[in-house]
Design a protein around this ligand. Structure first.
Ligand SMILES: Cc1ncc(C[n+]2csc(CCOP(=O)(O)OP(=O)(O)O)c2C)c(N)n1
Length: 362
């Protein structure tokens, strides 16, 4: 794709976010698109939406623990990590299964993780993806540490960390940003501003005009991008990744998006937002604008859509089957991983859990 030079500089940090493909699927002047490349991005977004739907359904069937859907955030999930190179690190949250999968963290392990099975928290050997952070903000410091280590090794690898706008109110965010700025680490901070931290709207999260402008306080470059536009997200992340790789330091990206589903399967968003607002963001769906562009260019049709959905469905079902077929772990195991020499309280708790398991209560 041919991009405009301004993307690579410190752009506007509030106001209109950068967009390449508008809501109707029209290209913003100055950009060209490689149709096959866009089809691949679209395919990945269809695949992760299929996973997200399945995981949501499985939670409602009692087969998974609480699940946090990323429905509506697929352009952020794919566009961000599509800009990374082999061996770069990803440290994301409970809502970033799409990005994790794109970087090689298998669906089987992701499903396992949501059943509380510790094997789901272990990425495969060659996968440079951290397990999802449930602690809001904690993983941002890990990403800075990972990228600092890569800098010391001179490997040319970088780390990208994904988080929500709510996480920017955590101390960890400021510590991570400060450390990254001072030590000039090759870190990309990618904030998915999906408008809500559970029921807390963006307006009460920070008094700043934008999240992106917080970059300035830490001596970084900031970017504000339309998070529902996969091309714009990738373009901006590629610019930030290139800066990091070239030794130009960390960046903060704010991607404006919307969580179309609930915070988790235990949440009811109708309690804190209107159906008019939801309808507005339905029109801005990240897959729809790409589909509109592709259809217009003769690169999308119904049979291809069906083919994509069927292939994704088979892959997801296979992963579920493999995860559910694994022999169950001994539920007492997790007590053994706490201390080398368990204290009396832990031993009592382990014995109590074993009794409950025997009685079929757990
Ligand atoms: C340190 C910490 N505090 C509180 C929580 C409970 N909690 C889980 S998700 C969440 C909201 C996070 O919102 P945001 O960072 O915007 O990400 P989003 O869930 O919208 O993707 C909170 C408060 C937690 N998991 N960890």
């Amino acid at each position: 794709m041919k991009g405009s030079a301004h993307v690579f500089d410190q752009g506007s940090l509030s106001g209109d976010p950068l967009s390449i493909l508008d809501q109707a699927g029209r290209l913003v002047a100055g950009y060209e698109v490689d149709g096959d490349d866009l089809r691949r991005l679209y395919e990945s977004m269809v695949w992760i939406r299929t996973y997200d739907r399945k995981a949501t359904a499985m939670q409602l069937q009692g087969r998974l623990a609480t699940y946090s859907p990323f429905f509506g955030q697929e352009a952020c999930q794919i566009g961000s990590v599509a800009a990374l190179a082999d061996g770069d690190w990803l440290a994301g949250t409970y809502r970033d299964a799409g990005a994790m999968w794109f970087r090689g963290y298998s669906w089987e392990r992701l499903f396992l993780g949501r059943t509380g099975d510790e094997r789901g928290g272990q990425p495969a050997e060659d996968v440079t993806v951290m397990p999802p952070s449930i602690t809001v903000g904690g993983h941002m410091v890990h990403a800075v540490g990972l990228s600092w280590a890569e800098k010391m090794k001179g490997s040319g690898k970088i780390a990208l960390t994904m988080f929500g706008e709510g996480a920017t109110s955590e101390g960890d965010f400021h510590e991570a940003m400060n450390f990254a700025g001072v030590f000039h680490t090759p870190t990309v901070f990618f904030c998915q501003n999906n408008q809500y931290a559970i029921s807390a709207p963006r307006e009460i999260q920070t008094a700043s005009d934008s999240i992106a402008q917080k970059a300035l306080a830490y001596g970084m470059v900031g970017y504000l991008v339309n998070g529902n536009d996969v091309l714009a997200v990738r373009e901006v992340t590629a610019a930030a990744a290139e800066r990091a790789r070239n030794g130009d330091g960390p960046s903060l990206i704010e991607a404006i998006t919307y969580r179309r589903g609930p915070h988790t399967t235990a949440d009811d968003p109708t309690k804190y937002r209107t159906s008019q607002e939801e309808d507005l963001w339905t029109e801005r769906d990240p897959l729809e604008r790409v589909r509109a562009y592709l259809a217009d260019a003769g690169l999308w049709d119904e049979p291809w859509q069906t083919e994509l959905e069927e292939a994704a469905g088979v892959a997801v079902e296979t992963a579920v089957g493999a995860a559910e077929a694994l022999p169950k772990l001994d539920a007492g195991n997790f007590f053994d991983a706490v201390f080398e020499n368990p204290n009396p309280t832990l031993s009592d708790e382990k014995a109590a859990a074993a009794r409950r398991l025997e009685l079929g209560e757990a």
